[in-house]
Write a protein that binds this ligand. Structure first.
Ligand code: SF4
Length: 375
């Protein structure tokens, strides 16, 4: 695989997980490399000249600096071909593909594309610690090496996610995974390992997530159902998935998309529900299910998978509930959002305001700089 510019570092055999991106200007033509003894990304020196021709492992005698001590720690450098905050834009062909009988809201594609442009300028918690990212975050390469375990870890991530921030969910999943590894389960968190725990033991691992006792009980029951009814794997259709306790359509459709690559519906969470109503994309309703069916009636199917992480990240960082950052939102600046806070929109950026924005859940430096150049 030939990809450039973005690499994620993860520690594989060690106690601390290092999970950072580093940039390179070179195009590297190997999928992954294993480098002993690197503790920090600043220790990592990658140039094309140290890439061996025949295989992807860098010989230790080609590593710098020479003084690196001989520890047992290893890092795998993975090169990703798609950044988690980069999404496809809507084209005129996409708009034309909507049947005339479907009532798409006016200017939806302009608005969608503005959000895509903004999202590409910052990473939000969902991009690095969202349910979709957790399995690879706690057990690198599991999607490739053990897809059944990947699907199970995704299910548990989703079950723990309700009423819980991504950051807290990620930590709970790490606790569970590393705790099960410490108990001798080589795959860490899997169906086979978690059924050996009592409900109370599961609860102890996930005690920081919202409604953890209830979720521990749901997990025990869901595991028993998976074993008895579904051959110890995640079912491949929404009807069967929602028979699992604590699993509704939002989780079910995300599980199908990420776990089985089946695009049967939109996973509507609180951010999508709130934003779609605010923009007039769907009628006002208390029920996320009504937002889902209305969105699915006109949004081209190719966007059903993207819309969840796209809008969740936007809602986590820019249009935050009760504290929308309209002054750095191009939807407000371009008059695409009727709910924009005009006072905030017309205010000039001060040092105090910039400092406050930079304390949020995403690094907004690039977006703020761009907005300052724009206005
Ligand atoms: S309310 Fe403000 S931050 Fe939210 S989408 Fe509208 S302009 Fe953007």
């Amino acid at each position: 695989m030939t990809v450039a510019k973005s690499k994620r570092l993860r520690e594989v055999n060690g106690t601390d997980v290092l999970n950072k991106r580093v940039k390179t200007e070179e195009t590297l033509s190997f999928e992954s490399i294993t480098i002993p003894n690197i503790k920090h990304e600043s220790d990592l020196i990658i140039t094309p000249s140290i890439k061996p021709e025949s295989d992807s492992v860098i010989p230790s005698n080609k590593l710098e600096p020479d003084s690196i001590s001989n520890t047992k720690k290893y890092l795998t450098v993975e090169i990703e071909d798609k950044k988690p905050n980069v999404f496809a834009k809507v084209t005129s062909d996409d708009v034309d593909s909507i049947p005339s009988t479907c009532k798409a809201p006016p200017k939806w594609s302009e608005l969608y594309n503005e959000v895509v442009a903004m999202r590409s300028k910052f990473l939000s918690p969902v991009d690095t610690m969202g349910c979709e990212r957790i399995p690879e975050g706690i057990s690198p390469n599991v999607a490739k090496t053990n897809p059944r375990v990947f699907r199970f870890q995704l299910l548990i991530s989703l079950m723990l996610s309700s009423q819980t921030k991504d950051e807290v969910n990620f930590q709970a999943m790490r606790n569970l995974h590393s705790g099960l590894m410490a108990l001798g389960h080589k795959d860490g968190l899997s169906l086979e390992s978690i059924v050996t725990l009592s409900e109370g033991e599961i609860d102890a691992f996930i005690s920081k997530v919202g409604f953890h006792r209830k979720k521990a009980a749901y997990i025990k029951k869901a595991c028993a159902i998976l074993q008895s009814n579904f051959d110890s794997d995640i079912p491949k259709n929404i009807t069967d998935i929602v028979t699992l306790p604590g699993v509704g359509p939002k989780m079910g459709f995300l599980l199908l998309q990420r776990g089985w690559n089946i695009n049967d519906g939109i996973g509507v969470d609180v951010h999508i529900h709130r934003l779609a109503q605010m923009w007039g994309w769907v009628a006002k309703s208390e029920k996320p299910e009504s937002t889902r069916t209305e969105l699915e009636s006109w949004l081209p199917k190719k966007f059903w998978g993207d819309i969840n992480p796209l809008l969740v990240g936007f809602g986590q960082v820019i249009c935050v509930p009760k504290a929308s950052n309209c002054d750095i939102c191009t939807l407000g600046i371009n008059k695409l959002c009727k709910s924009s806070n005009k006072k905030l929109l017309n205010a000039s950026m001060t040092d105090a305001r910039r400092a406050k924005l930079l304390k949020g859940r995403g690094n907004l430096t690039e977006l703020i700089t761009e907005i300052e150049d724009l206005v």
